[in-house]
Ligand binder design. Structure first.
Ligand SMILES: [Zn+2]
Length: 152
């Protein structure tokens, strides 16, 4: 769903439970990110399947894709994390193992391919964590896109 389509689930901001203080807010958001639940209310799952994210929270009605390109940061986060861990594994293998070059390359390629797939949902939830940690003033218009809620 893009931000311009009408919302089938009404927005219920009164269901949002996010502390304003930095420490509790970060702990709450990280807990929800690793459980892969709605970062706003913590009540419903973000993903239908591993790669298939809900468009909107069935409990509080927030639209997750706040604007076009919102999750580009998640792709960058996924790439950076996966490549750092993958490169770290390769460097450790080069220095400390007695494996052949072919075996090391097979492991490195496996890590480079599998890690971004395994980290994919967490890259999205952690991206939303970063966003919501710094955006403490959650207004209805800001979170739901610019025009769709104002047309009613
Ligand atoms: Zn929610």
């Amino acid at each position: 769903m893009s931000a311009s389509q009408p919302s089938p689930i009404p927005l219920r901001t009164e269901e949002w439970r996010l502390p304003k203080e930095n420490g509790p807010r970060l702990r709450t958001l990280l807990g929800r990110a690793f459980r892969r639940v709605c970062p706003y209310c913590g009540q419903s799952k973000l993903f239908k399947r591993w790669f298939n994210m809900n468009d909107q929270c069935p409990h509080c009605g927030v639209i997750y894709n706040r604007e076009d390109g919102y999750f580009l940061g998640a792709f960058a986060l996924n790439l950076v994390v996966a490549e750092f861990i993958g490169m770290g594994a390769v460097i450790i293998l080069l220095i400390r193992s007695n494996l052949s070059i072919l075996q090391q390359e097979a492991i490195a390629i496996g890590v480079a391919v599998l890690l971004p797939l395994l980290f994919y949902p967490f890259s999205r939830t952690l991206w939303m964590t970063i966003d919501l940690f710094f955006d403490k003033e959650l207004t209805r218009q800001h979170v739901t896109g610019s025009k769709m809620w104002n047309k009613k």
